[in-house]
Design a protein around this ligand. Structure first.
Ligand SMILES: Cc1cc2nc3c(=O)[nH]c(=O)nc-3n(C[C@H](O)[C@H](O)[C@H](O)COP(=O)(O)OP(=O)(O)OC[C@H]3O[C@@H](n4cnc5c(N)ncnc54)[C@H](O)[C@@H]3O)c2cc1C
Length: 461
C-alpha cells in the first residue's frame, strides 16, 4: 500500500508492479501529482498548474519515470535560455561546442550585466566550490562561503542568486553550502546535458495526473483517489492497517508513506511519534514559492520563457500555444518567485502590480494589456529548506518500523526538494521493499557520466 500520489508515491508504484505484488496507491485529493499538480481556479473556471515545474538534464530518475509512464514527449529540452537583466535587456545564453565543464563558458563570458573582473572572480569561486570536500561544506551557510570567496554583492545578486534561488527555492543566507555545490556540480560542471532545462508543454494535470493515472492502471496499480489516510494502525510492532477518513480500514503487508514530512507524525501510531526520527521531521523547515498567473487580453511577447536577473520576478512562462488561447484570444502568463518570504507584506493586488511593471520594462505591449484575470498562489510550505544541517534531520526511507517505508522529497536522497528528489525517494523505498523479498534489482537510474575534462580539471568523480 502506497499512501500519497505525488511523484514519490507514483515512482514507488511503478517500481513495485511487475514483481508479483498487488500495489494500491491511495491519494487524498481527486488528482495525482501532489505538489507537481494543478488546481481548479474558480475565477477563470480553468485547471491551472500549482506552479510551472521545470527539471534539468541531470534529473535522470525523473526522466526514467516519465519514460515508464509514457509522458516523456510532453517535455521540451532547452539548449538556450533568455536572461533579462535589470533595465530590461534580453541576453541569449546557450551552450557552446566545448565539453563540460567549459560548454557554458562562452555564454557566461558574453553576459553584459557583470564585469570581466567579476566573471574572473566567479570562475575562481566555482572551481574551488567544485573541488571542495562536500562533507566539509556541509553545515556551512552558503552566504558566508561566498563572502569568504570574495564574491561581490553584484555577482551574488546577478549570478549566484539567479541559479541557486530557483534551483533550491531558498535564499543564500539559508542554503547549506553542500547543496549549492551539488547544483553546480550536477547541473553545470559534470556533463554537457546536466544544465538543459526541461519544460513541459502540457499542463501538470494532463501529465502527472490524467496520463499517469491511466498508465498506472494499465500497469495494474490500483489508484484510489479522494481517500485520505487518517492513521496507520500497529500490531506486534508492525503496521497492520490503514484507517481512512471514511473509517474504512485497509490491510497490507508493506506500506510506503509518501506524504509531505509535516504530515507524517500525525499519521503514525502514537507509540512511534516520540521516536528521534519522527521528532527530527518536526524540525525540518520549509520555504514558500509564489506563482502569479495572469490572463491578458493580448500577447505581450513571443518569448515562451525567460529568467529575470536581480528582479522580484524570477521566471516567466507563456502558455500561448494552448488551444484555449487560440479560441478565446486570452494570453496566459505565469511568473514564478521562489523563496518568496519578501512578498509576505504585500497583498495580491500589489504583487500583481509589481510583476506587471517588471514585464512592462521588458515587453512594452504589457502597458496596453488589460488584465482579464489574475491569480496569486503562494504555497507556504512549497519545499523543505536546505538549511545548514538539514541532512541530519532527513530520515532514510526505511522507517523505524520494518514494514513501513518513508518516501518523499524530504527523505535522504542527497537531492534538494525537487521532482528528481521525490522520484529517487520512491525508487529507494521500492528497492528496500524488493530487497526484503529477495529481489536485488537496482531501480535507481545512473547519474550522467562525468566528462573526462571535468574529472581532470575539477577532480569530479
Ligand atoms: C510551487 C512549487 C514549485 C515547485 N517547482 C519545482 C520545479 O520547478 N522543479 C522541481 O523539480 N520541483 C519543484 N517543486 C518541488 C516539487 O513539487 C516537489 O519536490 C515534489 O513534487 C514532491 O513530491 P512528493 O511526492 O515528495 O510530495 P507531494 O507532491 O507533496 O505528494 C504527497 C501526496 O500525498 C498526498 N497526501 C497527503 N496527506 C495524505 C493523506 N493523509 N492521505 C492520502 N494522501 C495524502 C498529497 O495530496 C500529495 O498528493 C515545486 C514545488 C512547489 C510547491
Amino acid at each position: 500500500m502506497i499512501i500519497g500520489g505525488g511523484l514519490a508515491g507514483i515512482a514507488a508504484a511503478t517500481a513495485l508492479v511487475g514483481h508479483d505484488f498487488s500495489v494500491s496507491l491511495f491519494e487524498a485529493r481527486n488528482r495525482l501529482g501532489g505538489r507537481a499538480g494543478s488546481y481548479h481556479d474558480r475565477g477563470s473556471d480553468e485547471i491551472i498548474d500549482n506552479c510551472q515545474h521545470v527539471s534539468m538534464g541531470c534529473c535522470t530518475n525523473l526522466q526514467k519515470l516519465c519514460r515508464c509512464l509514457g509522458i516523456e514527449s510532453n517535455f521540451k529540452t532547452q539548449t538556450a535560455l533568455r536572461f533579462i537583466s535589470p533595465g530590461g535587456s534580453i541576453t541569449q545564453f546557450s551552450e557552446g561546442w566545448l565539453p563540460a565543464p567549459l560548454h557554458l563558458s562562452g555564454a557566461f563570458l558574453r553576459l553584459p550585466y557583470i564585469t570581466f573582473s567579476e566573471k574572473r572572480l566567479f570562475a575562481i569561486a566555482v572551481r574551488s566550490l567544485a573541488k571542495a570536500d562536500e562533507q566539509q561544506l556541509r553545515g556551512q551557510r552558503f552566504a558566508d562561503w561566498l563572502r569568504e570567496h570574495h564574491q561581490t554583492e553584484m555577482l551574488i545578486r546577478r549570478v549566484w542568486e539567479v541559479v541557486l534561488v530557483s534551483a533550491l527555492s531558498e535564499s543564500l543566507e539559508r542554503i547549506d553550502a553542500a547543496y549549492a555545490r551539488k547544483v553546480f556540480v550536477d547541473g553545470f560542471l559534470t556533463n554537457r546535458e546536466g544544465w538543459r532545462v526541461e519544460i513541459p508543454d502540457a499542463s501538470l494535470n494532463d501529465i502527472y495526473s490524467k496520463a499517469t493515472e491511466s498508465k498506472l492502471e494499465s500497469l495494474s496499480v490500483r489508484v484510489i483517489q479522494q481517500s485520505r489516510l487518517r492513521a496507520l494502525q500497529v500490531a506486534n510492532g508492525l503496521i497492520s492497517g490503514a484507517q481512512f477518513s471514511d473509517q474504512t480500514v485497509v490491510t497490507a503487508d508493506e506500506f510506503i508513506l509518501a506524504v509531505p514530512h509535516h504530515q507524517v507524525a500525525k499519521l503514525l501510531p502514537e507509540e512511534f511519534t516520540s521516536h528521534p526520527t519522527v521528532q527530527s521531521l518536526e524540525q525540518i523547515e520549509t520555504a514558500p514559492i509564489t506563482s502569479v498567473h495572469l490572463w491578458l487580453d493580448r500577447r505581450i511577447t513571443d518569448v515562451q520563457h525567460a529568467v529575470f536577473v536581480d528582479n522580484l520576478s524570477q521566471w516567466m512562462f507563456a502558455r500561448s500555444t494552448t488551444s484555449k488561447e487560440q479560441s478565446d484570444g486570452i494570453h496566459r502568463y505565469q511568473i514564478v518567485i521562489s523563496a518568496s518570504r519578501n512578498l509576505a507584506e504585500m497583498n495580491n493586488e500589489e504583487i500583481v502590480k509589481a510583476v506587471v511593471q517588471e514585464l512592462a520594462e521588458v515587453w512594452p505591449d504589457t502597458v496596453n494589456a488589460k488584465i482579464v484575470h489574475s491569480r496569486v498562489i503562494t504555497e507556504k510550505r512549497a519545499v523543505f529548506s536546505v538549511t545548514p544541517g538539514v541532512d541530519e534531520l532527513r530520515p532514510q526511507q526505511q522507517s523505524p518500523i520494518s514494514n513501513l517505508q518513508f518516501a518523499g522529497d524530504w527523505t535522504q536522497t542527497g537531492w534538494p526538494a525537487t521532482m528528481e528528489g521525490a522520484v529517487r525517494s520512491g525508487y529507494l523505498a521500492a528497492e528496500n521493499v524488493l530487497r526484503k523479498y529477495g529481489i536485488t534489482e537496482r531501480v535507481l537510474a545512473l547519474d550522467l557520466k562525468v566528462s573526462k575534462l571535468s574529472r581532470w580539471l575539477l577532480g569530479i568523480r
